[in-house]
Unconditional design. Structure first.
Length: 203
């Protein structure tokens, strides 16, 4: 079993001046796809980590106390309020710009918990091949789908007892649906892996 990945928290307030500088766009991870199966079906793609990326560091359970002392200080209540106020003003300016370019676009609805759950649901289903255009082989990122589904599980665990009845029902239903889709997909992938390779068709 691999070790728990580690991460380092950086105090962004100390990097405010650096954030104003332009940074080159971060390259995307390489995508490796399996050869198409003769019988058709989803095409499995796996995102490989960039070799130059530094390993993430996360404290072990026994080092939790020591790691807590190494974290940057949390923002004060006033800093959080000022940042939230600036963020909302910036978001409002952005919405006004969008509506000026597209007068038919109405005000955006307020973001709620159901939008967060829906975002995870859509991401997981796309990673499992949903939404492919007609006639195209679905691209499946099964490991990415597993991560997204596990994140939904963490969300359900951490919010237990703090949701409304409708929010709780939505979260449990979505989590059930994506786990079922994952089970069906992994079963299909396992069956395809067990099939002997087919000879190429005669010319």
């Amino acid at each position: 079993m691999s070790e728990t990945p580690k991460f380092t928290v950086i105090d962004r307030r100390k990097m405010k001046a650096e954030e104003e500088q332009e940074h080159p766009e971060t390259p995307q991870p390489a995508v490796v796809s399996t050869p198409p199966e003769p019988g058709g079906g989803p095409r499995l793609v796996v995102s490989e980590p960039r070799p130059e990326a530094a390993p993430l560091e996360a404290p072990a359970a026994a080092e939790g106390e020591e790691a807590l002392q190494e974290l940057p200080p949390a923002p004060t209540d006033e800093e959080s309020r000022e940042q939230k106020k600036a963020y909302e003003a910036s978001a409002q300016r952005l919405e006004e710009l969008v509506r000026a370019q597209n007068p038919a676009v109405g005000p955006q609805p307020a973001i709620g918990f159901e939008h967060l759950v829906q975002q995870f649901y859509v991401s997981a289903m796309i990673q499992m091949g949903a939404g492919a255009q007609e006639g195209q082989r679905p691209r499946v990122d099964i490991l990415g789908a597993r991560t997204t589904i596990d994140l939904l599980g963490v969300l359900a665990e951490k919010t237990r007892g703090n949701l409304t009845e409708a929010e709780d029902r939505t979260l449990r239903t979505v989590l059930y649906e994506v786990r079922m889709a994952f089970l069906e997909l992994t079963s299909m992938i396992s069956l395809q892996a067990m099939q002997p390779p087919q000879p190429p068709p005669p010319r």
